[in-house]
Design a protein. Structure first.
Length: 179
């Protein structure tokens, strides 16, 4: 399903969650599914990089400095101004902000968390995101200070059964290959 100048609904959902619920774990989930289904396409690295931006914010907000720096460093390798602009964002502005955050946190582990805004340049994309939020009763720009602690600690309540089963299957497959 596509909306607003052919942006994927998963991307609109990601941006809406990013700016309204500040549920960066959910942002990761939303875009990861789309990214996995669209491997080898022109925006594969960009989707991956945007996932890493959200995961980095999730880590930083929880005090995991090393995790945030690692995610943002990887994101900066994957994201390009050109691709971000094709996705309706101000690429240079976003990459400068991400670099600033990564570098500041690298130099000083106590660099404080603040919410990040992804600079949307396409008015149709912004309108689609705002409509998405209104339909769900969300407020665009909600600060993290107003969200539930459960969102900040979301990784503690997620269902990991599929991941565990996949890892166990990989171990079994390797054992079969060896024998």
């Amino acid at each position: 399903m596509q909306m607003a100048a052919s942006y994927p609904l998963s991307y609109i959902s990601y941006l809406s969650e990013f700016h309204a619920t500040r549920d960066y774990f959910e942002c990761h989930e939303l875009l990861e599914e789309y990214w996995k289904e669209h491997q080898g396409e022109p925006f594969t690295n960009t989707w991956h990089g945007l996932i890493q931006v959200a995961v980095g914010l999730y880590h930083h907000r929880r005090g995991n400095t090393a995790g945030a720096v690692k995610m943002w460093s990887s994101a900066l390798i994957r994201l390009t101004t050109d691709k971000l602009e094709q996705l309706g964002l101000e690429g240079d502005v976003m990459l400068r902000e991400l670099t600033l955050r990564r570098d500041a946190l690298t130099l000083d582990a106590s660099y404080p968390y603040t919410d990040m805004e992804l600079p949307i340049r396409d008015p149709l994309l912004r309108e689609a995101c705002l409509s998405f939020c209104v339909e769900r009763g969300w407020r665009w720009g909600t600060p993290s200070t107003e969200i539930d602690e459960a969102v900040i600690q979301r990784h503690l309540t997620r269902d990991r059964s599929e991941v565990i089963a996949a890892r166990q299957q990989a171990v079994l497959n390797k054992q079969k290959e060896r024998s």
